[in-house]
Write a new protein. Structure first.
Length: 221
C-alpha cells in the first residue's frame, strides 16, 4: 500500500482524513502520528493519552474518520470508548492497536464493536493496512498467534448498551433501586436486564455475574 485513502477525492477544498490516535505511551503515540502525518494523503492526526482526554474530544463534537485505540489505558479499558461510541451513535470506526498478549482482549474488542485489531509487534505496514481496510468499511484483524488463540477463547456475550450500564452498576455493588434511580428505569425493567445478564453469562446470581464479567475483562477486577 503506497498511501492511505483520501476522503477528499482530489478536491483541495475538502478536508483530508481526520484520525484520533489514543495511546498512553508517548513515544509510540509520537511515532504513530509521525507515520500517519507523513503519508502522501492529507492526514490530520489528533492524539490523546487517556480515555478522559479522548472522550473530551468527542464530547466537544470533533469529527473523526477513524480512531486508533490502545486497548489498555491508565484510566480505562478500550471497551469504555466503544460503549460511548455505540451509545451516542457516532458511527466512527475504531481500530484497536494493542500490545496485549491476552486473546480475551481481542475477542472482547471485536465483540464490543471494534472494526479491527492490530498487534503493535507487527509494525508500520500492518498498521497502515489495517487503517486502509477499516476506512474502506471492512473488518481487519492482524494479531499473529493471538488471533488463533482468540478463536479458542471463551465466547464473550454480546450485550446491549443498557445491559452494559446495568452490569457496570452491579460491579459497583449497587442495589436494583439505586440502578433504577441512576438510569431512570422502573424496578421491573432493571430486574429484566439483570435476568438477561444472568442468562448471557450463564450464572445464577449477581456475584457470579460480576466475577464472570471481570474474568472476561468487561468489568475491571
Amino acid at each position: 500500500m503506497d498511501e492511505l485513502p483520501d476522503t477528499a477525492t482530489g478536491n483541495s477544498h475538502l478536508p483530508g482524513l481526520r484520525l484520533l490516535c489514543i495511546d498512553d505511551h508517548p513515544l509510540f503515540l509520537e511515532g504513530l502520528a509521525a507515520v500517519l502525518g507523513n503519508e502522501k494523503s492529507r492526514v490530520e492526526v489528533t492524539t490523546a493519552a487517556t480515555m478522559d482526554e479522548a472522550l473530551s474530544h468527542l464530547h466537544n463534537g470533533e469529527d473523526f474518520d477513524l480512531i486508533t485505540l490502545d486497548w489498555s489505558l491508565p484510566d480505562a479499558k478500550g471497551g469504555a470508548l466503544l460503549r460511548y461510541i455505540r451509545q451516542h451513535q457516532l458511527f466512527i470506526p475504531v481500530l484497536v492497536v494493542s500490545a496485549s498478549e491476552n486473546p480475551v482482549d481481542l475477542s472482547l474488542a471485536m465483540s464490543s464493536g471494534a472494526s479491527g485489531f492490530v498487534s503493535k509487534s507487527l509494525g508500520r505496514q500492518a498498521l497502515l493496512e489495517g487503517i486502509s481496510q477499516v476506512l474502506a468499511g471492512e473488518r481487519y484483524v492482524n494479531a499473529g498467534e493471538l488471533e488463533r488463540q482468540a478463536e479458542e477463547a471463551i465466547e464473550i456475550p454480546a450485550l446491549t448498551s443498557r445491559q452494559l450500564e446495568v452490569l457496570e452498576r452491579l460491579g459497583k455493588g449497587w442495589s436494583n433501586k439505586e440502578i433504577c434511580a441512576s438510569l431512570c428505569l422502573t424496578e421491573h425493567t432493571v430486574k429484566t436486564h439483570v435476568k438477561a445478564l444472568f442468562q448471557a453469562f450463564q450464572v445464577k446470581n449477581r456475584t457470579e455475574c460480576v466475577r464472570k464479567a471481570q474474568t472476561l475483562g468487561i468489568l475491571p477486577s
